[in-house]
Design a protein. Structure first.
Length: 310
């Protein structure tokens, strides 16, 4: 292991959109089997790691991070500690996170921070695990962390952490409509379960095991935005809309003003609108901004966590 003093390493890691998300029946252990198609997008977090005798984290950037934990419960700090324990590294690290991905927005910003931290500390400390060696540690930190490490487009099954790369061609253009209020993932899942219980007669029995529909895989394989718009789906969307009814108005606005389709990303409340090209993205962003909605244009897929300095 190298002496980390006096140098820093900065790593960029992407947020993600759940282009497709199916949720199986509630299991006895309180979890659900899920099947997702993730796409990493160009809205990225940046983590800078510097030598320290302790483990610390601070935040910068345009996102309000007032409510984010900076103690040992923070996912990036947990990632650094896990790597140190796994490799026997005796020091600590001072992390500075430039946040751009919305907090509690269904885009995996915290997971991107953890993935970037693993890569940054592995390089800073000279622990030499590399991407393949870091993947098992990423999986221990949460379902979205391995994907933030890998990037691209991937199918996630099981708890969402069993990843297999999906062939993807071309570039997809998205407009992200951001919300000031977050949605708790456990609360959204609870609302989904309650909705299914209330409407069991109509909805029928939910399958224990779910899979990604072949139509969505074919759409990304050929790079066809129109086909992807037809195939996008999110089982959590109904629950998210019940908890945050304003999202329905937002979806209707985007789809009436040029979006091929809109979808709540993951547990929300970020709404992702798929559009045909960069010009359409710019026009829709303008419409949303004039309506008082914070909106960003992004593209996908992009690569996973990577060193940009150090």
């Amino acid at each position: 292991m190298r002496d980390a003093r006096g140098r820093s390493v900065t790593v960029k890691a992407p947020g993600k959109i759940n282009v497709y998300f199916r949720v199986g029946a509630l299991q006895a252990d309180g979890y659900h089997d899920v099947a997702s198609l993730y796409q990493a997008v160009s809205l990225c977090e940046e983590v800078t790691a510097e030598h320290s005798d302790e483990f610390t984290v601070r935040f910068t950037g345009p996102i309000d991070t007032t409510d984010l934990a900076t103690d040992g419960s923070n996912l990036a700090v947990r990632a650094a500690r896990l790597l140190a324990e796994h490799t026997g590294y005796a020091g600590g690290v001072a992390l500075t996170i430039l946040k751009r991905v919305p907090i509690a927005g269904g885009m995996g910003g915290g997971s991107a921070d953890a993935a970037a931290t693993l890569v940054a500390c592995d390089e800073l400390w000279g622990t030499g695990l590399g991407r393949s060696g870091l993947l098992p540690l990423a999986a221990m930190l949460g379902a979205d962390v391995p994907f933030a490490l890998e990037g691209g487009t991937a199918v996630g099954t099981g708890r969402g952490d069993e990843l297999s790369p999906a062939l993807a061609k071309g570039t997809f253009h998205w407009v992200l409509a951001l919300s000031d209020a977050g949605l708790s993932t456990p609360v959204v899942y609870e609302a989904l379960d309650a909705h299914r219980d209330r409407h069991a007669t109509h909805l029928g029995t939910q399958p224990d095991l779910v899979k990604v529909d072949t139509a969505v895989l074919q759409a990304v394989r050929v790079g066809d935005a129109d086909s992807l718009a037809d195939a996008m789906h999110n089982d959590l969307q109904t629950a998210a809309l019940n908890l945050a009814p304003d999202l329905m108005t937002l979806l209707e606005l985007g789809e009436s003003r040029g979006a091929l389709a809109g979808i709540v990303s993951g547990s929300g409340p970020t709404v992702a609108f798929l559009v045909q090209d960069a010009q359409a993205a710019s026009e829709l962003r303008g419409v949303l901004t004039r309506s008082g909605v914070r909106a960003l244009t992004v593209t996908g897929p992009v690569v996973g966590a990577r060193i940009i300095e150090g």
